[in-house]
Design a protein around this ligand. Structure first.
Ligand code: 9MG
Length: 275
C-alpha cells in the first residue's frame, strides 16, 4: 500500500514509525523539552536518523486537563518548526492539529500529512483538508481532552469506534476527500479506560476492513503504565515497544511513538517475520 503525501510517496508495505515532536511546554511525556525551534529541529533530525519515516509536529497538548492553546500560540509553535524541518531534513512531516488555519499554514510551510485527533469536526476543517489535498488521519475521541477520561463508556468499544470512523470517512468522501487520502486511528487513551484500549488493540485487525491505512499511538500512555503496575512515564519504553509490535502484527501501517530507535528496531524484526 502506498500513500501519496503531497510530493512524497510513503510506502506502507511494512509498518512505519511516526516520531512524536511536541512543541508544547506541557506535554505529558516529554515535558516541553522541544519547545524552542532549535531543540525541536535537533530532535527531528535525530528521530529521522533513527528510522522515523514521519515526524508528527504538534503545538497543542491533548493530555487530559491540559491548558488550552490559542490559534496564534499554535501557529507560532508549529509553523517555524515545520518550515525548518522541510528545508533541512529528508522526512515526511505530519502536523497534529484540528485548526483549519494551522492546516493551511502547515501545508504552505511544507507539511505532507494532516493528523487530526478531532477527525475534521471543527468548523471549516473538512473543506480545508480537501483544499490542501494532503492525506488526513481521522482519530476517534470520546468527549474532549478536558473531560474525556471522566468515566468513558461504550455500548461496545470496538463497534462504537468502528462506526464513528466509518462515518468520518463518509463525511470526508462527501466533500471530495477520497479514501486513498484517508487514514484512521482508534485513538488509544482518548476517552477510553485501559480495558477499552486493550480490547481495541486485541482486535485492531477489524479496522483494516475500513479499507484505509491504520495509524495507532500508544507510546508512553497510561494503558502501558497500568499494564506495568503503574510505572512512571519514563519507565514505559519497553511496554510501548511491545504494544507497537502487537499493533504491527495486527496490521497497523503507522505507529506514533516517542522512542523511535527502539521501535524501529523492533519493527524491523516484525518485517522479517512477515517476509
Ligand atoms: C496527537 N496525538 C496524541 N496521541 C495520538 C494518537 O494516539 N493518535 C494520533 N493520530 N494522534 C495522536
Amino acid at each position: 500500500m502506498k500513500l501519496r503525501c503531497g510530493d512524497r510517496i510513503l510506502d506502507l508495505a511494512s509498518t512505519k514509525v511516526m516520531g512524536v515532536l511536541n512543541t508544547t511546554p506541557d506535554s505529558f511525556s516529554d515535558g516541553g523539552q522541544f519547545s524552542t525551534v532549535e531543540s525541536a529541529i535537533h530532535r527531528a533530525g535525530l528521530m529521522a536518523s533513527q528510522g522515523a519515516a514521519i515526524i508528527d509536529v504538534g503545538g497543542e497538548s491533548t493530555r487530559p486537563g491540559a491548558s488550552q492553546v490559542t490559534l496564534q500560540q499554535e501557529l507560532d509553535r508549529v509553523i517555524p518548526v515545520v518550515e525548518k524541518i522541510s528545508r533541512n531534513i529528508d522526512v515526511c512531516i505530519s502536523v497534529d492539529s484540528s485548526s483549519p488555519e494551522v492546516m493551511r499554514a502547515a501545508k504552505e510551510a511544507g507539511a505532507h500529512l494532516l493528523n487530526d485527533v478531532r477527525a475534521l469536526k471543527r468548523e471549516g476543517a473538512l473543506q480545508v483538508a480537501k483544499d490542501m489535498a494532503l492525506p488526513v488521519c481521522l482519530m476517534h475521541m470520546q468527549g474532549k481532552p478536558s473531560n474525556m477520561q471522566k468515566n468513558p463508556s461504550y455500548t461496545g468499544v470496538l463497534d462504537d469506534v468502528y462506526v464513528y470512523l466509518a462515518k468520518r470517512i463518509q463525511a470526508c468522501n462527501h466533500v471530495g476527500i477520497e479514501n486513498d487520502q484517508i487514514l484512521v486511528d482508534p485513538g488509544f487513551g482518548f476517552g477510553k479506560t485501559a480495558q477499552h484500549n486493550f480490547q481495541l488493540l486485541a482486535k485492531l485487525e477489524r479496522f483494516k476492513t475500513l479499507g484505509v491505512p491504520v495509524l495507532v499511538g500508544m507510546s508512553r500512555k497510561s494503558m502501558i503504565g497500568e499494564a506495568l503496575g503503574g510505572v512512571s512515564v519514563d519507565e514505559r519504553t519497553v511496554g510501548s515497544v511491545a504494544a507497537a509490535v502487537i499493533a504491527a502484527m495486527h496490521g497497523a501501517h503507522i505507529v506514533r511513538v516517542h522512542d523511535v530507535k527502539e521501535t524501529y528496531q523492533a519493527l524491523e524484526v516484525v518485517k522479517a517475520v512477515k517476509a
